[in-house]
Design a protein around this ligand. Structure first.
Ligand code: UDP
Ligand code: MG
Length: 168
């Protein structure tokens, strides 16, 4: 298996429950390399793009509330890119099954996840499930200059009337 990149998101419940350190420790068991990391406040648009393949599911409206932080009053997630041999499977293994009740109890989701009364799986982390999903998600969440590696081809572009916040 060649090197792969995968996107991990520590969801709002993970931040609310102060689990960031625990989750990063668990993921460090993989010996994969972190090549990008940031705290993001998730817009409605980003949430919809991220979960676009689930938009017809009954739990979709709750899922959007969850990832944008509206369920937890905590509009922050941590997004990370892990890189290395068999990265996708290694991260999925430590994350555990989607349903936290069915997840291995020593996995992140098994240890820290729960099912809400609405039926939503509040499962602490997101992890890409295959290489094409990983590429789509990494490009959605990160700009090329936020990653310490040349993961995918880039092009140069000049933007007219480009406005950008800088320190005063
Ligand atoms: N989800 C849920 N109920 C379901 C399936 C999924 O609440 O029956 C939520 C859960 O938070 C999950 C997310 O939707 O992590 C995305 O679902 P997916 O099937 O992609 O599972 P994952 O790849 O996260 O394991
Ligand atoms: Mg998925």
């Amino acid at each position: 298996m060649t090197n792969q990149a995968t996107l991990v998101i520590i969801k709002p419940d993970g931040l609310k429950k102060s689990l960031t350190g625990n989750i990063l420790s668990r993921l460090s068991e993989t010996k994969l390399k972190i090549i990008g990391a940031k705290i993001v406040s998730v817009s409605e648009k980003l949430a919809q793009q991220h979960y676009r393949h689930l938009k017809d599911k009954p739990f979709y409206p709750e899922l959007i509330k969850y990832i944008t932080g509206r369920l937890h009053g905590e509009n922050r997630v941590m997004a990370l890119i892990y890189y290395g041999k068999d990265a996708i499977a290694k991260v999925r293994q430590i994350s555990g099954a989607t349903n936290p009740e069915e997840a291995d109890p020593v996995s992140v989701r098994g240890a820290y996840g729960r099912i809400l009364t609405t039926g939503l799986y509040e499962n602490v982390v997101h992890a890409s499930s295959d290489p094409s999903e990983a590429e789509r998600e990494i490009k959605l969440w990160f700009n090329p200059d936020e990653i310490v590696s040349d993961l995918y081809p880039v092009k140069q572009t000049s933007l007219k009337n480009y406005r950008k916040k800088v320190w005063k």
